[in-house]
Each structure stands twice: as structure tokens, then as C-alpha cells.
Design a protein around this ligand. Structure first.
Ligand code: GAR
Length: 205
């Protein structure tokens, strides 16, 4: 049985999508913990209602990034997870932390990477006038929003879109591709070759 730890900072709708899909599809996984860097993250309530242990490591209680990441790493490693899932975890992570989970930490970013890294991706997309926007699931590497790409979804930008309408349209699709990417990982189908993700067919080693 594979173990997963999910990190959130807020709403946690991607975490909810993963928990629901894991339950509906009866994945052979244990969601060992949901960890938030904010005590008021609404997603913690859903996780607790599902019987998933929740942990708060308040980022503002640590003197610096390294101290917070060390505490976070200790809390994660107490569960010895096979996979760490960043689901709206709004923290820049230190290189040491990222390297510790190299090849076993996924993130979802609300743009078609490598376009629009960082924050306010929907505003960036509207400002650039792109007709197609989307979301990307990728392995986390030290360079922000640059790791090997596991899954992407393209979403049209409509003439009257605001940041909010575009974000909502992208989010619906995030809830499809993130559980799918996590499923591929736990099925052991993902390998990284020269920085490119290969997805094995079912039943093929
Ligand atoms: C999602 O849109 C996710 O892609 C984004 O934050 C939102 C979290 O929503 N993540 C990032 O911007 C990471 N750089 P959620 O808490 O409802 O899953």
C-alpha cells in the first residue's frame, strides 16, 4: 500500500479531488496526512471529515525558510510517504527540501508551463492575450515551476473572461488531471528520462 502526504495552504479543492478519486476508484493508497502551513486553511476541515490526519506547521512561527522546511520535512518523513503532493501549497521551497523529495514530489500549477510561472497566472495569461491557457502537473525541482511535466490540460480563453472566470474554468480541469497524474505515479508508470516524463502503458514495465 503506497503512502501519500498532501500539502495545502488554503481551499484544498485539488486535495479534495484526489481524496475523492482515491476513494471512488479504491486506490491501494493511504493518504497518511494533510499538512498545511496555515491553521485557517479551509481544506483542513474536509480532510479531517474524511478521517485523514491533519497537521499544521505554521510558516510564520519559524525564523527562516530553512527552519520551516526542516520542520515540514520532519513532519512529512514521520509518515515515510512514497509521494508528496503539493496542492495549492503556496510556499517557495529550499533546494535542500526539494532535493530530498526529488522524483517523488508533484505540484499542480495553473498555467501551461513553461508559460506563466509564479503567481497570478490567470492575470498573466489575460494580459498576454493568449487564446489557450491551462494547467500543468509536474515533478518539483529546485527551479520554480520548471520540473518534468507529467500532465497538462488546455482550456480556451473566452473574450469576456475575467481572472475569476478563467481561474474557475481551469480549476475544473485541474480536478481531472491531478488525480490522474497521482494515479499514474502510484501505479508505478512514471519515469523521468533526461528530464522528460515517460508514461508506461498499463501492464508494461
Ligand atoms: C490551484 O489553482 C493551484 O493550481 C494553484 O493554487 C490553486 C489552489 O487551489 N497553485 C499554485 O498557484 C501553485 N503555484 P486549491 O487549494 O483549491 O487546490
Amino acid at each position: 500500500m503506497k503512502k501519500i502526504v498532501i500539502l495545502i495552504s488554503g481551499r484544498g479543492s485539488n486535495m479534495q479531488a484526489i481524496l475523492r478519486t482515491a476513494q471512488d476508484e479504491q486506490w491501494p493508497v493511504e493518504i497518511a496526512a494533510v499538512i498545511s502551513n496555515r491553521a485557517d486553511a479551509p481544506g483542513l476541515i474536509f480532510a479531517a471529515q474524511q478521517g485523514v490526519p491533519t497537521i499544521v506547521i505554521p510558516s510564520d512561527a519559524y525564523p527562516d525558510r530553512a527552519a520551516f522546511d526542516a520542520a515540514l520535512q520532519a513532519a512529512i518523513d514521520a509518515h515515510a510517504p512514497d509521494l508528496v503532493v503539493l496542492a495549492g501549497f503556496m510556499r517557495i521551497l529550499t533546494d535542500a527540501f526539494v532535493q530530498h523529495y526529488q522524483g517523488r514530489m508533484l505540484n499542480i500549477h495553473p498555467s501551461l508551463l513553461p508559460s506563466f510561472v509564479g503567481l497570478a497566472t490567470h492575470r498573466q495569461a489575460l494580459k498576454a492575450g493568449v487564446r489557450i491557457h491551462g494547467a500543468t502537473v509536474h515533478f518539483v525541482t529546485p527551479q520554480l515551476d520548471h520540473g518534468p511535466i507529467v500532465a497538462q490540460v488546455a482550456v480556451p480563453v473566452l473574450p469576456d473572461d475575467t481572472e475569476q472566470t478563467l481561474a474557475a474554468r481551469v480549476l475544473e480541469h485541474e480536478h481531472q488531471i491531478y488525480p490522474q497524474a497521482v494515479r499514474w505515479f502510484i501505479e508505478g508508470r512514471l519515469t523521468i528520462v533526461d528530464g522528460i516524463v515517460r508514461i508506461a502503458e498499463v501492464g508494461v514495465a
